[in-house]
Design a binder for this molecule. Structure first.
Ligand code: HEC
Length: 187
């Protein structure tokens, strides 16, 4: 009889531990849902690079305007890149730097037609360079290259030309660690 009661108490203890553990798991899976969904909605590009979702909170490194294809570009950096640009340590950029470029078609400013501005209704693409000398040693640049197209953020490129087309066009600035943009200086 005594043995049975002991057994019962043990079982009850075990059951309550299990139920606490399962509610914790449930809580955790609920709290993870939004981020999982966010990651799933934008596919990684073909060489396995994921969109750095928090680029929307990054700081500005510079801007440019392409007159040949009527587009406005805003160049952004993650914290490591911003720190490097403020310290003028950008040749080479340190590992962990990510540079982003967000591109819009241009339009004349509604109330001041001689000012050219991004057309916020026409988001062309977002593209990124990820500095990681180990992971991206193979392509010869130390940068990972990726682009996502339009509002739907469709991964760009195919296996063959994915980073090769980027690298070919960035070759004129090979001696600037493959980067065109000169970070803005603030007084
Ligand atoms: C047709 C030439 C060309 C191609 C192809 C190209 N780039 Fe660029 N890229 C440029 C030029 C020029 C700039 C600087 C001027 C500007 O902002 O557009 C630039 C700027 C950038 C920047 C901002 C940092 C910097 O170097 O100034 C990133 C990030 C970038 N490109 C990523 C990519 C990625 C990723 C690809 C491939 C998917 C790519 N580029 C393909 C010409 C090119």
């Amino acid at each position: 009889m005594k043995k049975l009661t002991l057994h019962k108490t043990k079982t009850i203890k075990l059951l309550s531990i299990l139920s606490i553990a399962s509610s914790l798991l449930l809580l955790q899976s609920c709290s993870q849902k939004p981020s999982t969904k966010q990651v799933q909605t934008v596919k990684a590009n073909l060489n396995g690079i994921s969109l750095p979702h928090n680029y929307k909170n990054w700081k500005v490194i510079s801007a440019s305007h392409r007159i040949d294809n009527q587009s406005m570009r805003i160049i952004l950096g993650n914290d490591i890149a911003i720190q490097a640009s403020r310290n003028k340590q950008t040749n080479p950029w340190p590992d962990g730097s990510i540079l982003g470029k967000i591109v819009f078609k241009q339009k004349a400013e509604d109330n001041w037609p001689t000012a050219i501005a991004p057309n916020v209704e026409e988001f062309t693409h977002a593209e990124f360079m990820f500095k990681d000398n180990k992971r991206f040693a193979e392509n010869g640049t130390g940068w990972g290259w990726a682009r996502w197209l339009g509002d739907k953020q469709i991964p760009y490129g195919d296996d063959n030309d994915l980073d090769q087309s980027c690298i070919a066009c960035h070759t004129p600035v090979k001696n600037k660690d493959w980067v065109y943009t000169t970070p803005i200086k603030l007084p």
